[in-house]
Design a protein around this ligand. Structure first.
Ligand code: SAM
Ligand code: SF4
Length: 346
């Protein structure tokens, strides 16, 4: 909490849509509400992480004010992520507050990306707050492998979470990071599992974000290879389906389900990038793969008026870069950016 009276409705200075120097309209905000997590996925974190001191975090009221400022500037889709968003204390309050923008029609969608560990507890309340679609990360169907990938996670808890999501009427999309030698032989099973339950499945290439304990070259599996292998057994029909994110979708004729590919490495999606990312300390990253960022916490706390904040947002959008320069190869030992995905929010 800050000493500013933030429970008052924020005075919004209207200043139009956010258009970057390349003509891209920013309409999607991802918010990492905590950098902490109850898992330690091998591609995301090292086992022993140093997390931000709690005093550096924006309060939930401040996050609401910031998100609402972005909604007033034309953000139509808000994704709450982390770290693990559902481990942040009282997080439901934020969903309930942000849900008001769905009611007014200012926001099209409020969604969450989660590891599923807390879903059994939260699914019903998320739906009641206005969430309709959720992304659940699941890289394997093998409980032992699940433990090996997440280090601290429990497979059956996530399965219970999926059951609760179904029961609550939440539409689920499964996200799986394709990992060489780890789950590459399970892609078909994951797809059949997801499609069998009526879920979309999206495959993701691992990105060089932050130091992890292992070598990323060992993990990296280009999705071009996965796609070519699937084509031996399945008919993949390109479809124009879009969720506002970077995935390119196909319809799998044999299962009837949708399969998405997020390919930042083999084919970047920067030309259509419509999003910016906010961290739990109020830092705005205009690109997942670049270090440049804007401090929104200082203008947020400087005044109960949103005018300084709006100016800071406008200035940040002028700095949105054309794209990222991810490389994973044996010669490039340092990650493209030092911060972990859990900081910027996936
Ligand atoms: N904890 C939640 C979860 O796992 O769904 C939300 C945050 S997590 C950082 C969001 C997504 O980023 C997950 O689907 C995860 O698999 C993915 N991710 C994490 N690190 C990644 C990396 N280095 N490359 C690609 N995807 C990554
Ligand atoms: Fe936690 Fe998600 Fe990162 Fe796994 S991918 S360690 S669940 S933040």
């Amino acid at each position: 909490m800050t000493d500013i009276a933030l429970n008052e409705p924020a005075t919004v200075t209207p200043s139009g849509p956010m258009i970057d120097p390349f003509g891209r309209h920013v309409s999607y905000l991802r918010v990492s509400v905590t950098d902490r997590c109850d898992f330690r996925c091998v591609y995301c974190m090292s086992e022993h992480m140093t997390f931000l001191p709690k005093r550096d975090l924006l309060s939930l009221e401040e996050l609401d004010r910031l998100c609402s400022a972005f909604v007033s500037r034309g953000v139509r889709k808000l994704r709450i992520t982390g770290g693990e968003p559902l481990v942040r204390k009282n997080i439901l309050w934020l969903f309930q507050r942000l849900g008001r923008h769905l009611g007014t029609g200012a926001l099209d969608e409020l969604t969450v990306t989660t590891n599923g560990s807390q879903l059994a507890r939260f699914a019903g309340d998320l739906h009641a707050a206005g969430v309709r679609r959720i992304n659940v990360s699941l890289d394997t169907l093998d409980p032992a492998q699940f433990k090996a990938i997440t280090r601290w996670g429990d497979f059956s808890t996530v399965m219970d979470g999926l059951d609760a999501a179904d029961k609550a009427g939440l539409q689920v999309k499964i996200n799986a990071v394709a990992l060489k030698g780890v789950n590459e032989h399970e892609i078909e099973a994951l797809m059949r599992f997801a499609h069998g339950r009526g879920y979309d499945l999206t495959l993701i290439e691992t990105m060089p974000l932050g130091d992890i304990d292992g070598d990323r070259t060992d993990q990296y599996l280009p999705l071009s290879i996965v796609r070519a292998r699937l084509l031996d057994r399945f008919t993949l029909e390109d479809i124009p389906y879009k969720t506002g994110g970077p995935a390119r979708y196909v319809r799998v004729k044999e299962t009837g389900g949708r399969l998405g590919f997020i390919t930042p490495m083999t084919h970047n999606f920067c030309e259509s990038c419509n999003r910016v990312r906010l961290t739990c300390t109020g830092t705005l990253y205009m690109c997942l793969g670049q270090e440049d960022a804007a401090d929104l916490r200082t203008p947020l706390r400087a005044s109960t008026s949103d005018a300084p904040l709006m100016r800071a947002i406008d200035e940040a959008i002028t700095r949105k870069p054309k794209g990222h320069d991810f490389i994973i190869d044996r010669r490039t030992k340092t990650p493209a950016v030092q911060r972990h995905m859990s900081v910027t929010g996936g």
